[in-house]
Design a protein around this ligand. Structure first.
Ligand SMILES: [Zn+2]
Ligand SMILES: [Zn+2]
Length: 445
């Protein structure tokens, strides 16, 4: 039994609790008990004898944040969030991390149980299949979600069933600070659904970001602050995998200020629409728009951040990101998104197409249109599935025009002076102002 006290001022300070594992141990069980659970939150994880210094993914053996107070691991199996594998002798470290503390602090205890025995058949890493089909098209995906592998309330199979039922073509698995789910997606039969690997890199103090499109075995480090100036190392790791780094729900906190503490310039995109549309999403869209006006081409994405299978307001795929891709395959989906060839939609019923033409050149969402001297830009938009919506064409100085549409299918067209704006994008909202769909920009050169 290990115990201690964390004073309130030590919030966000990592505590490592070492223990020795002798030869012949086949399973470790850890149980955490702490004062005022519910008001206090003491996150939990573990590192093996390979070590726990920053970026040491060989030592990483699991993380459950505040979602669990006990876990086990052995050669064949582990609690969700933890990595099964041989229990090697040496010094292991349990990590505890206070993310909420009442003024009295936290009194904690850890009970570590070491079980002797012979190893069962070892766990085999089985990543998701990377190619579903080779057809070019617009593919509907949800880029942010959780299962029991972090604080979600669904199994991996539940998640795949829901995604299929909700008409998605792909999902990105994004658990908080662990890649444990990514190691086993290949165990599940998905037929037409593509599963991509990701991780929600989560610091309570400085915000959350998603690393998406990773190799299954890649683990992205989260244990640093903006002033440590090390985040570049880990963003580089994301890009080596051809992945993207997306800032999540930037206005998440109750003060409604931008709670994201890292430099936006280092990131590829922003989740401007997280789950049910609300004022925080409005603020995120405004922030993204202000960056576009500065010429910073950040990719906008929408995702459900769904945690439970039952909640209708927060179902998988509401909202979703629809990507123009050369195939339903990992590398092509990531390439389409990287190029900004994506629009954001409330659900699968909503389809839009936006094109711009100038002289003999034409461009779609994410493209750059070469504009010809003296030629007007012809913009065309078709919308399906947004009856009675309000459509706004937006440039780098704000709204260019607004129209109310009638009926389920609509075609709109406009003429724009090529020198009047550096980009064109569209927002489609209900008459009350809730977002129904928005596009990434078409850039004008
Ligand atoms: Zn989050
Ligand atoms: Zn999340």
């Amino acid at each position: 039994m290990y115990s201690g006290h964390i004073p309130a001022e030590d919030i966000f300070k990592l505590v490592y609790v070492p223990f020795t594992v002798p030869e012949g141990i086949s399973e470790i069980r850890v149980k955490e008990v702490y004062s005022d659970q519910g008001k206090n939150v003491l996150n939990l994880g573990i590192y093996g004898p390979e070590g726990y210094e920053l970026g040491n993914s060989a030592g990483f053996r699991g993380w459950s944040g505040g979602a669990k107070t006990e876990f086990f691991l052995n050669a064949a199996e582990a609690s969700t969030g933890y990595i099964p594998g041989k229990i090697k002798p040496g010094t292991w470290n349990t990590i505890i991390y206070p993310s909420t503390i009442i003024p009295e602090g936290i009194d904690w205890q850890l009970e570590v149980t070491l079980i002797t025995g012979t190893d069962k058949t070892p766990f085999k890493i089985t990543p998701a299949v990377e190619v579903v089909n080779r057809q070019p098209g617009w593919y509907r995906g949800d880029l942010h979600m959780h299962t029991y592998h972090s604080d979600g309330k669904r199994t991996q199979q539940d998640l795949l069933d829901e995604a299929t039922a909700n008409g998605l073509d792909f999902v990105v698995s994004t658990e908080h600070n662990t890649n444990s789910a990514n190691l086993s997606w290949g165990h599940y039969k998905t037929d037409k659904l593509l599963v991509l690997n990701g991780e929600e890199v989560t610091t309570t103090a400085f915000g959350h970001w998603n690393a998406i499109g990773l190799d299954a075995e890649t683990l992205i480090e989260w244990r640093y602050s903006p002033s440590d100036n090390v985040i570049n190392t880990y963003l580089k790791q994301v890009h080596i995998d051809n992945g993207l780094a997306i800032i999540n729900h930037p206005f998440y906190n109750v003060e409604r200020t931008n709670s994201f503490g890292f430099d936006v310039d280092l990131f590829d995109g922003i989740e401007v629409w997280n789950g049910k549309w609300d004022e925080l999403d409005n603020m995120a869209v405004q922030w993204w728009d202000s960056l576009l006006r500065q010429g910073k081409a950040k990719i906008a994405i929408a995702a459900s951040d769904s945690h439970t299978p039952v909640s209708l307001e927060n179902a998988l795929g509401i909202p979703q990101t629809v990507i123009n891709s050369r195939a339903l395959a990992r590398q092509e989906i990531m390439a389409g998104l990287r190029a900004g060839k994506a629009y954001l939609a409330y659900n699968k019923e909503l389809t839009i197409s936006l094109t711009a033409k100038s002289g003999s050149s034409s461009a779609g969402i994410g493209d750059t249109l070469a504009t010809s001297q003296g030629e007007k830009v012809q913009v065309r938009l078709s919308i399906k599935g947004a009856p009675d919506a309000v459509v706004t064409l937006i440039g780098d100085k704000g709204a260019l025009t607004t129209e109310k549409v009638k009926g389920n299918k609509t075609e709109l067209s406009w003429q724009v002076d090529s020198k009047s704006t550096k980009f064109l994008r569209v927002e489609i909202r209900t008459s009350k102002g809730d977002m129904v769909a928005l596009t990434n920009p078409i850039w004008l050169s």
